[in-house]
Design a protein around this ligand. Structure first.
Ligand SMILES: *[C@@H]1O[C@H](CO)[C@@H](O)[C@H](O)[C@H]1NC(C)=O
Ligand SMILES: *[C@@H]1O[C@H](CO)[C@@H](O)[C@H](O)[C@H]1NC(C)=O
Length: 487
């Protein structure tokens, strides 16, 4: 009898193991698909919560924009490959070898030793963006060189590659066709040198490619070309046929590299994605359509006409970031595949199998109390609302208001309420933040309507860390008391 029971247990255990294995295989993201993890948000999630989210979705590569110690510690021992970044405004300082060595000691050596699998360092982020003018043209390459030297000095230059993530507008094409691709005139010389540096160090060329921006920047752009479902449109260039602008952008780079005499540099797409709000073409349906087509293409191991091998890519991005600059457009704060609180927005299958399923969201996120700040019903003079509304929007995120956005249908009162609430939530629901000359009031019923969501703040990661700390302390104290009392 006991034996039989044992057998039963054994087979049950095996079944569980097999199921887990199956489950796991199905959950795994494509090995060449990573994701960008930006932190320009008032609602940062606990890094270990984010790392669990990555693991639960089988994502094994992540790209950061700095070298935040807390974040990197959470990635230690996970087997997740990491790209760290150096912000643009640090490049000048780091062009000094002493400073570069200090950076490597503080921000690389320590974490490598702790088991963080750092593979790339991006020196600067889109430093040659046209809108920056020549601000970083002089400091990017010198900083890449000193950081590389510092990495070489500690003997890890085979493992950790030094590069810089560049925006697609480092490239131009007079005819818009890939074959006329070359590097932009004002940075041509520095690009030539950078490519030599990359080729010599066996480092990849990271480029950010955004079909959404092709559409956003050019109202006459044929929308179908931004997607991958081949709805008819195509164009030809020197025998190659293009059905989407992503491939055309990749091949523009292939041509430019070939013309500079370095055709074999590995290309990696540092950012690619679709926003879900802040513009009429930015919504969840279109984002889903974009990612569906893109991930299926990667799943089928399809490259572009001139780069037939499938590319390594980093999706942009994990979460909405309400502190990003909206100079490029209101959509900038809505790139998340997950919302600010780690909730998935739409079905996406990172495995490239094209299953219509929601990804696994962040677990254990704690919201603040169910309290919202809205325009009081007593306010009748709507002209008086204008100033406080402007103040709220200048200090909080109002990018979901306006034409084509998720809160486009609100009336003047709705607009004001939305703005007041955004301000109230980023101020951690402090009572003083819901005044607005006495025109605002706190309510406990969710004022969200239709697609327009009035968010609730979440407990900050630092606070929950403190809470955890408190729990651990009291457990330890309890344990100590137990020993003192009973041993
Ligand atoms: C290490 O990285 C952090 C975060 O990116 C940065 O603030 C700091 O200045 C870096 N340390 C050094 C010595 O450069
Ligand atoms: C609400 O605010 C948006 C963004 O400022 C504006 O475009 C829209 O016209 C406003 N709606 C009303 C009814 O005032």
């Amino acid at each position: 009898m006991a034996q039989k029971k044992g057998m039963l247990w054994a087979s049950y255990l095996i079944l569980v193991l097999v199921l887990c294995q199956l489950q796991r295989a199905r959950c795994d993201a494509l090995p060449n698909v990573g994701i960008n993890w930006g932190a320009l948000t008032s609602y940062p999630l606990n890094p270990s919560t984010v790392v669990d989210l990555l693991k639960n979705n089988g994502i094994k590569k992540v790209k950061l924009f700095d070298a935040d110690s807390w974040t990197l510690s959470a990635l230690a021992g996970t087997g997740i490959e990491v790209m760290v970044g150096i912000p643009n405004d640090q490049m000048e300082r780091l062009s000094d070898i002493g400073e570069a060595e200090e950076w490597v000691r503080k921000n690389l050596t320590k974490h490598l030793r702790n088991g963080v699998d750092i593979r790339y360092i991006s020196v600067g982020n889109e430093p040659f963006l046209t809108s920056y003018g020549s601000k970083y043209t002089g400091s990017t390459l010198p900083a890449m060189k000193t950081i590389h030297e510092a990495v070489e000095n500690i003997g890890v230059s085979d493992q950790v590659k030094v590069t810089s993530c560049l925006n697609a507008d480092v490239l131009v094409s007079s005819s818009d066709k890939p074959s006329d691709g070359e590097f932009r005139g004002d940075i041509k010389d520095v690009m030539k040198e950078m490519i030599e540096f990359l080729d010599y160090g066996d480092s990849p060329f990271f480029v950010n490619i955004y079909p959404f921006l092709s559409l956003y920047l050019n109202p006459n752009f044929p929308e179908e070309l931004a997607f991958f479902d081949g709805s008819g449109k195509s164009f030809e260039d020197k025998g190659a046929v293009y059905t989407n602008v992503f491939d055309a952008n990749v091949d523009t780079l292939v041509w430019a590299l070939k013309k500079e005499g370095h055709p074999d540099i590995k290309i990696i797409v540092g950012e690619v994605g679709w926003p879900t709000d802040g513009h009429k073409s930015a919504n969840e349906d279109k984002a889903k359509r974009f990612y569906d087509g893109f991930l299926k293409k990667l799943g089928n191991k399809q490259g572009s006409p001139l780069h037939p091998d499938v590319l390594d890519v980093y999706l942009f991005g994990l979460f909405d970031e309400n502190l990003k600059s909206i100079e490029p457009g209101k959509f900038e704060r809505h790139w998340g595949i997950f919302g600010y609180d780690g909730k998935p927005k739409f079905p996406i299958d990172f495995s490239g199998n094209g299953d219509n399923k929601m990804p696994v969201g962040a677990k254990g996120v704690r919201y603040k109390e169910k309290k919202w700040c809205v325009l009081s019903e007593d306010v009748k003079d709507l002209d008086a609302v204008y100033d406080p509304y402007g103040y709220a929007c200048a200090n909080a995120d109002c990018t979901s208001l306006g034409y084509g956005c998720s809160c486009a249908d609100l009336d003047v009162r709705g607009n004001a309420s939305y703005a007041f609430n955004q301000y109230f939530q980023v101020r951690d629901q402090s009572v003083e933040a819901c005044d607005f000359n006495g025109m605002a009031t706190i309510v406990t019923k969710d004022p969200s309507q239709g697609t327009c969501k009035f968010p609730l703040a979440i407990e900050s990661a630092a606070t929950s860390l403190k809470a955890l700390d408190a729990i651990i302390r009291s457990l330890l104290l309890g344990l100590a008391l137990f020993f003192v009392t009973f041993m």
